[in-house]
Design a protein around this ligand. Structure first.
Ligand code: TXA
Ligand code: MG
Length: 334
């Protein structure tokens, strides 16, 4: 039976109590699971950084149940941001806006901006409404790891260190939210997600793409991120099958994430067909990377994805995962 996507009253009460007590709570959103804390509670926020092993200079997203209290968190909501909020909230969109007075530095990483999101997942909505305040939540994974799209992935990441994990089943989108900064009169896409650049442009007109030197910091934007622990390499479609065949013939145990079934049969190869539809591929991407990471392979080969904007978010995460391999080979930290 599919997991219920609403929490029971008992689950909800214990999650809200934990937040009030300054504890962290993992909860589902339609993108990925979040590791949440009361956004107005400094020591609770500190727990997030400690648990994730994340530097405190990497800011957090504050989740709200609706846009009604946006002004408590943002001192200004430009027209473009209002339009985006009306069009895409609740949903997989994060807006970066000028922060209101009183927002803790542990939320913003000491920057003058704040990231805000209204998630659509019914259980996230229940939690936010019952708690009544902002919940700061990064993705519920250790720093640099693959994000969690199922409750058991959260447990895999944190074990008993995170006592309350609300289980809302599999995340519908499976990739982190689209992040858009509305600052200084311009609109800029900072992180691609399920909402594409064309959809953003359709809603507000001009949208710049990619971080610039003075863009606010975007944690996922460090080059190496979203990585399994097995080395991962992206291979172009044209060379893909040959590369797999060569490694398999050499007796290597490898993991493969492709967009189609294999043409031949290879010993020692765990082949996952992620399919050719970006929505379904994105939905399962992190679960597939986790499966492959557990397959005992010495390396993971991932077939490059199409150059089509519907694949932008997937390409972004895969490129970062591959970069993590390169960085670890050169001894750099992610
Ligand atoms: O889908 C998501 O966004 C998930 C769910 C749980 O909401 N959260 C997530 O959080 O992916 P995290 O911490 O793993 O990634 C945080 C993102 C960064 O990529 C960064 O762009 C953005 O939040 N961020 C937070 N505060 C920011 C700020 N003041 N300026 C720019 N970016 C900020
Ligand atoms: Mg993350």
């Amino acid at each position: 039976m599919a997991k219920a996507i609403r929490a029971t009253q008992i689950e909800l009460d214990s999650a809200v109590q934990a937040l009030r007590d300054g504890d962290v709570v993992a909860f589902p959103t339609e993108t990925v699971y979040g590791l949440g804390a009361n956004a107005q509670h400094a020591s609770a926020l500190q727990k997030i950084y400690t648990l994730k092993g994340r530097p405190t200079t990497h800011p957090l997203i504050v989740h709200l149940d609706s846009a009604r209290f946006l002004h408590r968190w943002a001192r200004e909501v430009p027209t473009a941001a209002q339009r985006l909020a009306e069009r895409f909230w609740p949903g997989p969109l994060t807006l970066v806006l000028p922060k209101a007075d009183g927002v803790l530095d542990l939320v913003t990483g000491g920057q003058d901006s704040i990231a805000l999101r209204v998630p659509a997942h019914p259980m996230a909505q229940q939690l936010l409404t019952a708690f009544g305040g902002g919940i700061a939540a990064p993705s519920a994974n250790r720093y640099g790891h693959v994000s969690a799209t199922r409750a058991e992935h959260v447990r895999e990441e944190f074990g008993v260190a995170v006592r309350v994990v609300l289980d809302g089943g599999e995340c519908k989108v499976g990739l982190e939210s689209t992040i858009v900064a509305c600052l200084d009169g311009s609109v800029r896409l900072l992180r691609p997600g399920a909402i594409t650049l064309s959809q953003l442009r359709e809603a507000v007109g001009e949208v710049h793409s990619g971080a610039v030197a003075d863009s606010p910091r975007t944690p996922g934007s460090t080059r190496a991120h979203y990585a399994p622990s097995t080395p991962l390499r992206l291979v172009a479609e044209g060379q893909f099958e040959r590369e797999v065949a060569l490694l398999a013939a050499a007796g290597q145990r490898i993991g493969v994430l492709a967009q189609r079934p294999p043409l031949g049969s290879y010993p020692h190869v765990t082949w996952i067909n992620g399919g050719s539809r970006p929505d379904a591929y994105g939905h399962d991407l992190y679960a597939h990377l986790r499966t492959l990471d557990h397959a005992g392979a010495s390396c993971l080969l991932v077939q490059e994805v199409p150059r089509d904007e519907r694949w932008d978010a997937i390409r972004d995460r895969l490129t970062r995962a591959a970069a993590a391999t390169l960085d670890s080979e050169t001894g750099e930290m992610p």
